[in-house]
Design a binder for this molecule. Sequence first.
Ligand SMILES: [Zn+2]
Length: 92
Amino acid sequence: MNCICSHQVVGKIDLESKGRYAVVQEDDYLEFLSAEMKVINEDDEQKKNEFILLASDYVGSLVKCPNCERLILFPPHGDAVEFYKKDNDPRQ
Ligand SMILES: [Zn+2]
């Protein structure tokens, strides 16, 4: 996935990277927490993996392009990617 500036960015959440955030829609938050609790409370590995997959559908990511600093929203549920640029950036 490329930013509008052509820099390559990845939408997948990478816990090692800075400038990336997990996002959950407010309307889905309680359902997301419920899905996460099922993951935590499940002992059966196969069922746990199914719950992880279910919970992950609620999670998107917000990534800051390291080249142009646009924010790139990868919404949950596989919705279309959105790009945002700062208004009134003092550096410009
Ligand atoms: Zn960029």
